[in-house]
Each structure stands twice: as C-alpha cells, then as structure tokens.
Design a protein around this ligand. Sequence first.
Ligand code: CP
Length: 301
Amino acid sequence: MTSRHILSVDDLDDVEVDSILATARATLEGCQPDLRSRFVVALAFFTSSLRTRVGFAVATARLGGSAVDVTEVRGGAEMSRGESVSDTLRTVGGMVDVLVVRTPESISALGKVTGVPCPVINAGDGSGEHPTQALIDLLAIEEECGPVDELRVGICGDLSMRAVRSLLKVMGRRPPAHLVLIAPAGRDEPGVALVGPLAGLVEQRDTGNFEGLDVLYLAGLPAGSGARAIPEQVRRGFSLNPDTAAVLPAHAVVLSPMPVVDEIAPELWADPRVRVFQQSDRGVAVRMACLERCLGGGDGR
Ligand code: CP
C-alpha cells in the first residue's frame, strides 16, 4: 500500500487498482460484501456534488456503516466563527474511520489533510484530481468494451478538468491501443504529463471528430468567461450531436463523468451507444471497494 489516503490515483499501486476493480465487479455480480459494523464515514463536501456524495453515503450504508454529513455542519451556525477547512478536517478526522472530502482547491498541495488521523478519500479537489471517478471510468470502459489495451479511446472537452487528469494518470499505467485528445484551442492542455507508455499513443484533434473511436469520453466543456470564453457554436462542435455522431462507429460507447450539461444533444440520449447512466450505476460498487481498501479490507473477492 503506497498511502493510507486516496488523494490521487498515484496513491494506489497496480495491485490495489486491480483489487478495487475486482471487488467492485464482484459486488455488481451480486456477491455480498463482508458487512462491517460500527464504522463511520464523514462526508465533507465543500462544493456541490450529487453522484460522489450520495454514492459514498450509499456505499457506506451497503457495507453496514454510518455516514455523517459534515457539509451541513459547515454551512450552519457551528462554523460561524470561521474555522478553517484544515482544522475542520483534522477535527472530524479524529472522530471517524474514513473522511471523504471535496474542496474547491487542492487538498494535498495545501496540506489540508496533514495530521488527519484517519484515511482521507479525495472526492474531487478543484482542478486537482478525482481518483474514484477515474476508477469508475476504467471499470466502465472495461465492462462495456473489453480490455483497455485493445481500445481506441477518445477524450473530448476541457482536458484540464480533474476527472480527465485522474483518468489520464490511470491510462498512463493501463494504456489504450490509441488515445485521441479532442479539444478546442485553450482547453487542449492535459493537466498531466503524457509520458511513459502514453507518450507514443496520443493523437490530438482540434475539431469534434469522433471517427475511429471505440470509446468516446465526454469530459465536459464549460463555456467559460472573459478570455477563456468559448463561443456556443464552437462548444456545439465538441458535443455529441447528429453531425458528430454520424462518424462515431456503431459499436462505440459514449461515457461521461457527469453531470452532462449539453454535451449530448437531446435526440442522442436514446442512442444505444450512450452509456453514461450505466457508467454512473457502477459508482456505488467502486466506492464500496475504495472504502473497504481504506478500512483495511478489499481482497478482490
Ligand atoms: N462525477 C461527479 O463527480 O459527479 P458529482 O459532482 O455529482 O459528484
């Protein structure tokens, strides 16, 4: 085990990634987890979340534990004296078995979890990482399409987003056959160095051309403002719409970390290639496996 925390994909070695995916697969196939009693998980979400926050609450319940929502506490009178995020995390971390944290800025760079006595799971920190999302994405790719090393994977949208960074880190260790990065100018810099096995596999496209892909991962492309604003017509060109879907192979699978804002045109939601809800449906099983890992279990049963 490289770290008791899961702040980054880098905190998981290859054996742990395999174990988390195997445990999640077993859960999805109906295998009952070993229930643990009396463990408590704190959910400290300082920016909005649906899937990750509810997913960890449900994962905790399915493993037999209890979740405490610190988000409500911070928004209430208890925090009116302006206690810092670091002090909040250190205090709560001394009361629970696992702390799940989403912050608007980097967790690890600011030392926000220094001294926290329990394992911390990064539930998405600003433009940093989203490691559990990357594990869900990897599981979805493999379950929907087969071994990733046989696939042509396209990632479309703002390449600096945290979910993309974590996914690219995972793919640096499990390279696809070909990686296509699809983004407009100004959003085409991946937030991670594409070195090692990925370096020779990358093709960059500056138009929404989905030709030849087995997997299309729609990361999202916020409109932005000021110098970072992207015209709506340009944004539309990087969405799944009747024009771009026409060249996407019939066997391809469309995934997204969600929420989907307008990256999928309304008339394409019924397209059988769109598998974003099936992808998100795997989230609880992956988060159960991550909790088990942090609680000292997760044997890939
Ligand atoms: N993918 C994801 O992190 O979704 P939420 O923001 O709803 O948690």
